[in-house]
Design a protein around this ligand. Structure first.
Ligand SMILES: [Zn+2]
Length: 69
C-alpha cells in the first residue's frame, strides 16, 4: 500500500515537471494545424479552440504557473 502511494507521488511530481517544461499540448480539434476543417466552407478557417495556434494549455498547466496565464 505504501509503495502504491510512493509511485503515485513520483508520477505526480513527474507530471508537474513535464508541465513546467512543456505546458502546451497539441490541439485535439485541429490536430495541431490551427485550422478548423469543418464540414462546410463557412465553418472552415481558424480553429476556435486554440485560436489558430495549434496548441492548447495542458490540464493542470495553469495551476503550475500560479493561476497566471
Ligand atoms: Zn485547434
Amino acid at each position: 500500500m505504501g509503495m502504491l502511494i510512493l509511485v503515485g507521488l513520483v508520477y505526480a511530481a513527474g507530471h508537474v515537471v513535464s508541465l513546467k517544461i512543456w505546458p502546451y499540448a497539441r490541439c485535439g480539434r485541429c490536430d495541431g494545424t490551427g485550422r478548423n476543417s469543418g464540414s462546410t466552407a463557412r465553418r472552415w478557417g481558424t480553429c476556435s479552440r486554440c485560436k489558430g495556434s495549434g496548441k492548447r494549455l495542458r490540464l493542470g498547466a495553469r495551476r503550475v504557473y500560479g493561476g497566471k496565464s
